[in-house]
Ligand binder design. Sequence first.
Ligand code: F6R
Length: 615
Amino acid sequence: MCGIVGYIGRDRAGSVMVDGLKRLEYRGYDSSGVAVWTEEGIKQTKRTGRVAELEAALGDDLGGTLGISHTRWATHGDVTEANAHPHTSSDGKIALVHNGVIENYVGMKTFLTEKGYTFQSQTDTEALCNLIAYHYAKEPEVAGKNRFLESVRKSLRHVEGTYGIAALCTDCPGELIGARKGSPLILGLGEGENILASDANALTHCTRNVVYLEDNEVVHLTDDDFSITTVSSKSVEAVIHQVDWDTSEAELGDYDHFMQKEIFEQPTSLENGMRGRFSDDGSTAVFGGLNLNSQELRQVDRILFLACGTAWHSCLVAEYLIERFARIPVEVEYASEFRYRNAPLDKNTLVIAISQSGETIDTLGALREAKRKGYRTLAINNSVGSTIARESDGGIYQHAGPEIGVASTKAFTSQIMICAMLALYLGRLRDLSYGDGVAIVKALKKVPAQVEEILKQNEKIATVAKKYASYEDCLFLGRQLMFPIALEGALKLKEISYIHAEGYPAAEMKHGPIALISEDCPSVFLATSGEVFSKSLANAQEVKARKGKVICIASEGCDIPEGLADDTILVPECHEIVQPILMTIPIQLFSYHVALERGCDVDKPRNLAKSVTVE
Ligand code: F6R
């Protein structure tokens, strides 16, 4: 959410930053801007709209040895050029880009206004920018002390809230400063150049040597050196990591959209999530990074899952699967609610956070709260080296590859796959038999090929989607394991096509939502073989009886009465544990094609951004 790129080094600041911003655009795309240090002062260019607008405005002006840049997802203030970052202090000395929220900016602004500083924007960031300028103006020149760095650190000590920042100063042509608290910031170490970015994606075109800053750390960069201290001026030993993923994975290739690419990558992402993770006897899963032995896991008598959005839907699937196959009671909480709630937890509760990005601030906050209370924490996470991965006691990487489309697709199915494997693993530590374990492993291994089969129905699903693209309401209904998939189907449709959609347990319809049914509100029924199949059909009949259109997504071999469904999409018959994965593919394709038909920008839906790093 919002993206930062800062650069110091050779004469290519503008081009490195624009390339970086393009790679970060999925983090926020309502406006963007760059500030480059020049002999005449800070030269700033900002545009509302996409990074392409900024690029066009810059033209060939892509040089400079020092600069900061930003792509914005608005929090404070409208989408205007004045509110776009970078911001410059009113004395023209300091330029700043910022991700996060400065909660006490109103007090700061009052104080600075009294001191004669003026404001051009409605943002919280400009208050911090002027505060740095204020401290810089007051800071005495002392040999051996860096005045710019001191003024940044002093200012940050006054901040309540969260920040990832990059700053430059007109008096300091060879210095770039970054800092983080609650909002990610990564330092990329190049040759004769150094880069700051809020996401590793934005710097791998320059270097793969990175340092992940921790909260309350401030980094001072020159073109060939860097040093890290805390906000309270203690020095920090940097650990250099190598980014080892294939950067082409984050590129569009032959696809029209990242969402489409990521839907079609699912056979591979699911295969990657399983690779090397089954026991030799083929009866259970094995995980390397849980940091909990079998005895410790057997003592767990409750699991609490925490997540947001789509990842929260994976937690609901995990609840069904772990309770069914491992017989451990599971609770699922919205991370944003848990972190401020006084939830009583048993001492043998294991807390598991699920997050694709590993940077979602609500999930991170909830994880920290659970840790603070002394609970053992695990993370299921897709982004190697993310804050959530680093701060949890152990975890499982999804290995789904970078997910760029704002609407989560491959990360969701890969989270379900990991949760199914976890259910198997925990089950086999308890009552689940060897034979049941073998059957589940076989079922899991078949999934990539089965997903491949479903993807072959792309054209058919596109045709069905076209029929329903002009409706303004839609319900997604399913029972048991299909209920979370119904929620996910509704979320996918609403976030990329702006159709109002709701997911419900199908039997709940008659307790209220059935009032919505008319010929103008179609319902997508998710009906898999199993004990509630006939009951789901009865719920579909109730919709049909009220002139509602029915789109039935069902397992092959399910007996759907003639005339019940207006459209039917079938997925291969499979073991119950993998049904949620297979049933998700048609709803992803359906939403994608509906959104295309409505002319929506599927990769950059309005008001949204990938990775929500503000509360
Ligand atoms: C919806 C979507 C979001 C995310 C949510 C959590 O398609 O992508 O609902 O699932 O913001 O994000 P992560 O998993 O990165 O914590």
